[in-house]
Design a binder for this molecule. Sequence first.
Ligand code: PMT
Length: 316
Amino acid sequence: MAEPRISSIDGKLAEEFAVPSHVEEVKEKMAAFAEHHAAAGRRVVLITSGGTKVPLESRTVRFLDNFSSGRRGASSAEYFIETGYAVIFLHRHRSLYPYTRMFSTMNMLDALKFRGGDTGEVVVNQQVLPNIAKVLKRYQEVKENRLLLPIEFNTLSEYLHLLKAAAQALSTIGSKAMFYLAAAVSDFYIPASEMPEHKIQSSNGPLQLSMNMVPKILSPLVKDWAPQAFVISFKLETDASILLDKARRALETYRHQAVVANVLDSRRGYVVVVTPETQAELILTEEDEKNEVEIEVRIVSNLTSAHNKFITQQGG
Ligand code: PMT
């Protein structure tokens, strides 16, 4: 297999975004996970999920964040596992997590009863936590079979370096790897050299910020770090009239395999999967909603079929 090329973004990443101390250790874990599952005949999907946090001060009091809950990534992880994939779940700390995503911690305490006695037994009221037995059973099977590798990020810097490490770790399994980039990543940041050290003082008057553009990591990911992988990016807009143009432009710019296009307010019930040749609208009907069908089951089904074709075309 060809050695990955050095990209100019590598230099920028190293200079302007603090490298997390555990990145090499995580990379080895991801590489071992990918090789283990590929050897067992499984495909591996790297899911990014949740928003990113951009600090405004180096001793951070304030930061810029975004709306993403991580629900898309967490539910997709479950459906990919049901389809036979092993999942690396690169997610924002405390965003929604596969299997636990259905349960709020508030309900959790109300659902538990301490029976006391010698064993200190605790029982669960399944009316307060519906489906808990089924979900717990599935979670334990997934854990036993090591089908889910969770990796956390918090800041934008951590996200960028861990995604690069993941891309390099998965490059050894070629077209069997899928990247499903559902995280809502900040487009703007303040470079460390321009960031005030201490808390910004309101006594200095109104705040004006100048932020730099975050390098689009999709570009080196597709071209250099994992050139044989099947790569899906997401495109979110609030103005539906520009969404599909922007999705197509992303495909032309980055030359990856598909964009999942969605609008903020309708994202739970309607998305369009755009590829260079096709455009598929995925819609939940009222009936689907009554039956608690989630749009992610349709997105995952569409993309796993496309991944099958891709692998066949690549001769893998
Ligand atoms: O988490 P939920 O509340 O369930 O919401 C799901 C979602 C709306 C966040 C998700 O469906 C979604 O659309 N995510 C992408 C949001 C977006 O528009 O991202 P973007 O335009 O900033 O980036 C486009 C693509 O480039 C994304 O796939 C992103 O991962 C990637 N990117 C972004 C920034 C960057 N520096 N490098 C990148 O490669």
